[in-house]
Design a protein. Structure first.
Length: 319
């Protein structure tokens, strides 16, 4: 496995942290690649945060920005590429799994607890976009995760099974299953996996605003990265199949540790966070709606992402 050694992030390198690349395996034997950010001159055991997302992105994008910024604020952080994506291992490429991608978060915790500079009782996670839902699923399963932040969250199982804004009924869902099952047959016979298609190379101007926002991030200098499948041909066409029958938030109500759910007021995806928050129980759960913010504003807009709120949340919860 050859890893890129030069700085190839979509954000500037900070002089306040030390950066290194690491690898570790999840319990399916897949090697994950991550960037670790450590505050300069750090001493002793530190609180740690693992970061992943958005769905279809790589660690050189929003996850890395979150990780580096939180390291500047005193946390040891890790931004990882999920299985089958970016520099991480796994074949076939560009597929997702509600199980394996949840496990990726837990594997990141496995790695963090082995580090002598991490306090294993003070580990949190940040899940961005589709990895917000994965993060909640991980927090429901793994009690080592003491605090969870979701930012501009998608519930990928809900949107895949029901369509945007729950527009699909059972008949539409069955038709989609038929189409994807037929594609599996084609893939099996051809010995290759068809791409599902990503964002268009050019906009017509007729697209929904959220598609324009995605384009502005993934297809321009702002957020483009050559290893990002959202910047290229997208997920494999059949990648969505398992998400249609495996609701990842089924046990969100059993999360006992702290959760901060953050979303933009103007985001098309806001309903995912609001619904997830309604599932959570206990007085250590909070929903934060950022006035005027869109879905992708919370990917990289430094003056919109509530850094102080996140820092205070983790300091209060990881103690």
């Amino acid at each position: 496995m050859e890893l890129e050694q030069k700085w190839d992030k979509t954000f500037q390198k900070s002089n306040k942290v030390d950066h290194s690349k690491v690898t570790f395996k999840n319990r399916y034997g897949i090697t994950l690649v991550a960037d670790v950010y450590v505050p300069k001159n750090a001493q002793g055991k530190m609180p740690a945060i693992a970061v992943a997302g958005p769905f279809g992105a790589v660690k050189e994008q929003a996850a890395g920005l979150y990780a580096q910024t939180m390291a500047e604020r005193g946390f040891l952080t890790l931004a990882f590429d999920p299985s089958f994506v970016g520099e991480s291992g796994g074949e076939v490429r560009n597929v997702a799994s509600p199980d394996i991608n949840t496990e990726d978060f837990c594997a990141a915790v496995d790695y963090l607890v082995t580090r002598p500079d991490v306090d294993e009782e003070r580990i949190g996670i940040i899940g961005i976009c589709g990895f917000g839902g994965m993060g909640l699923n991980a927090a429901a399963m793994d009690t080592r995760i003491k605090a969870t932040v979701t930012s501009t969250m998608y519930d990928m199982t809900r949107v895949t099974a029901n369509g945007y804004f729950d527009s699909m009924d059972a008949n539409a869902r069955y038709k989609l299953r038929e189409q994807l099952s037929e594609q599996r047959t084609k893939d099996a016979r051809s010995g290759s996996y068809a791409a599902g298609g990503g964002l268009p190379d050019k906009l017509t101007g007729e697209e929904p605003q959220f598609v324009k926002d995605y384009y502005d991030y993934y297809k321009t200098k702002r957020g483009y990265h050559p290893r990002c499948l959202n910047s290229a041909q997208g997920w494999n066409a059949t990648s969505a199949l398992s998400f249609m029958t495996m609701p990842i938030l089924a046990y969100a109500g059993e999360i006992r540790n702290a959760v901060l759910v953050m979303h933009g007021e103007k985001a098309h995806s806001r309903y995912f966070s609001e619904a997830a928050y309604q599932m959570l129980k206990g007085d250590n759960k909070e929903l934060l709606i950022i006035p005027g913010a869109s879905h992708t504003d919370l990917y990289d807009q430094m003056d919109i992402i509530p850094w102080d709120k996140m820092e205070n949340f983790f300091r209060g919860s990881l103690k």
